[in-house]
Write a protein that binds this ligand. Structure first.
Ligand code: HCR
Length: 387
């Protein structure tokens, strides 16, 4: 029966929600969903998943050759997937509908220096509301590493599942001992949200994603669910090819939420069965009014405490305030100014590195982190992140 995992009183609204997504394509975040599926966490917090294993990010800087650097980047990337795509199932019982960030919403966090890994900083800004686009900048200055990217989604419905095409990409920049920089273009996998019928959604990754280095090394990662390479959910196979060659120097196989190994050597490659490390975030009281947890405080409390009337009242307040802001801007002929990012129609790194593996599309826009933002008018958290 529909909605086995849905509280009895919400089964009707779950069926209606499923019907509306079946006949809908576009911005899923704008659809009203029943309370049991709501998450108290905003999408602006999601870029933290890139760094919940900060020592693997830092390890990229320690690699000595182009080949080893590509393997270190691949290992870090694969190790983020469990946190990116299955962590809500662990923490909340199933995938949930995150809070839809408002334009200008901010999220700042960091992972402290430990065991010589350096401090990792995260800065996120919601750069568009309709469609939702989230831009982020992650840096480990003492290791010479920075990751910049943005994320939007195009959704459609097929065979009882929601298909999510991720729009956007990330670029990783690594400062080399020679003083030069190596760049990596990271594209994002396609998602299928299964388990909708029962009311317990979960993600499976599909198709391929790529990591292309400016050194010429390329990782092609193929994602498969049950019944393919290993017959297991969350399976992947990564082919690592040297510059100008299509025959892989390394093939890595396994399940991205568990472990994998190098097929030729039989050596273990990644292992995420151990604990991840949550980012340090300032107390809500110390946050600025645009910071995610402060902004959504009332809604999040309502969702967590099962007080959905309060949650929806608080959400309406935020939405009305936003609507008024947009009206005022239109009346004044002004436009919302981004705080940390500048939009470019075509990302030169994407264009240059995308050519090497015939990326589709051949160009993509980007949000470029502005290195000298006006930190003076921001909260203490921001100043901390800037260091
Ligand atoms: C599709 C999704 C919003 C976007 C989320 C993204 C793609 C965001 C970027 C992160 O790096 C990775 C990521 C992980 C999430 O799995 C993905 C979300 C899953 C559900 C959510 C929909 C907008 C909500 C659909 C409502 C369902 C659960 C009924």
């Amino acid at each position: 029966t529909v909605g086995e995992a849905v509280p009895a009183t919400q089964r009707g609204s779950w069926s209606s929600f499923l019907k509306s997504i079946a006949s809908f394509s576009g911005d899923l975040s704008s659809l009203t969903a029943p309370p049991f599926i709501l998450s108290p966490i905003s999408l602006t917090e999601f870029p933290a998943y890139w760094c919940e294993r900060p020592e693997l990010f830092a390890a990229i800087a320690d690699a000595k050759t182009d080949e080893d650097r590509m393997l270190a980047v691949l290992k870090w990337f694969i190790s983020t997937l469990k946190d990116q795509y299955t962590s809500r199932n662990e923490s909340m019982g199933s995938e949930k509908k995150p809070l839809n960030p408002v334009l200008g919403e901010l999220f700042y966090a960091y992972w402290p220096d430990k065991n010589n890994r350096g401090k990792t900083n995260l800065l996120v800004e919601q750069v568009s509301h309709h469609p939702p686009i989230t831009a982020y900048y992650i840096s480990n200055p003492s290791k010479g590493l920075s990751l910049q990217g943005h994320n939007a989604q195009k959704t459609s419905f097929s065979g009882g599942s929601i298909i999510v095409k991720q729009v956007g990409h990330a670029t990783l920049s690594v400062l080399l001992p020679s003083g030069g920089t190596e760049e990596f273009l990271i594209t994002l996998p396609r998602l299928r949200i299964d388990g909708l019928w029962y009311g317990s959604p979960y993600i499976e990754l599909t198709e391929s994603s790529y990591i292309q280095s400016s050194s010429g090394w390329l990782s092609t990662i193929e994602y498969k669910g049950k019944g393919y390479f290993s017959g297991k959910s969350h399976s992947f196979k990564a082919l690592v090819t040297p510059p100008g060659s299509s025959s892989p120097a390394h093939t890595v196989e396994g399940t991205w939420h568990q472990t994998s190994k190098d097929v030729k050597t039989g050596r273990a490659f990644h292992d995420v069965t151990g604990a991840k490390e949550e980012a340090t975030v300032a107390d809500v009281e110390a946050q600025g009014e645009w910071e995610s947890r402060r902004l959504w405080r009332g809604v999040a409390r309502g969702i967590r405490e099962g007080d959905f009337e309060t949650a929806s009242r608080e959400k309406s307040k935020i939405e009305n305030e936003q609507r008024q802001r947009r009206k005022d801007e239109a009346a004044a002929g002004t436009k919302w100014q981004l705080k940390h990012f500048a939009h470019v129609d075509s990302d030169p790194t994407y264009e240059k590195l995308g050519k090497l593996f015939k990326a589709s599309p051949p160009t993509e826009d980007a949000y470029v982190f502005q290195h000298n933002p006006p930190f003076a008018d921001m909260s203490t958290t921001t100043t901390e992140v800037a260091k």
